[in-house]
Design a protein. Structure first.
Length: 164
């Protein structure tokens, strides 16, 4: 057990719960790698910008709960759940995620989220998500769209940073 790494995980999800993407970003190592079914694998500033984007786009609020925080000197895990509205028309999403972590220099070096993308597509898209959400075509479409949104957000975020 490592109280410091357990505290990093708790601090990350506490920041997430209040929409504080900058605190979340500060808990990541410069060489961070992230993966999940929707975005695939991201690295470095892409990871930080993903959280900034997701929190900035969620105008209706997001409810975060987490349990079973475990960590040692090099790794950790947590179960967490995100409840939010998605799409047009808005649909209620309840996404249950298992996260695993690797730590380096007291920061999160690797963060991997695992969830059932088919369950998510059913909630997000209704019948089309039920019928097609499990297919490689739908998975690729989701990943392409999320990566495109992230790229546009990053370009805007960088442009705003250069104006300061």
């Amino acid at each position: 057990m490592n109280p410091s790494n357990e505290q990093n995980i708790a601090s990350f999800y506490n920041a997430f719960a209040v929409g504080d993407a900058e605190t979340m970003a500060a808990l990541y190592h410069d060489q961070v790698t992230f993966s999940d079914p929707a975005f695939g694998t991201l690295q470095g500033e892409e990871v930080r910008n993903m959280w900034r984007m997701l929190l900035s786009r969620n105008k209706s609020g997001i409810h975060i709960q987490y349990t079973d925080v475990k960590a040692n000197e090099t790794s950790g895990s947590v179960n967490w759940q995100a409840s939010y509205m998605f799409g047009n028309p808005p649909r209620k999403i309840i996404n249950k995620i298992q996260a695993s972590f690797k730590f380096k220099d007291g920061l999160i070096l690797e963060h991997h989220d695992v969830f059932n993308l088919w369950t998510w597509t059913q909630q997000a898209f209704g019948l089309p998500g039920y019928l097609l959400g499990w297919t490689p075509m739908m998975k690729n479409k989701i990943r392409t769209q999320t990566r495109s949104l992230l790229q546009k957000f990053t370009e805007q975020h960088n442009a705003q940073g250069n104006q300061r």
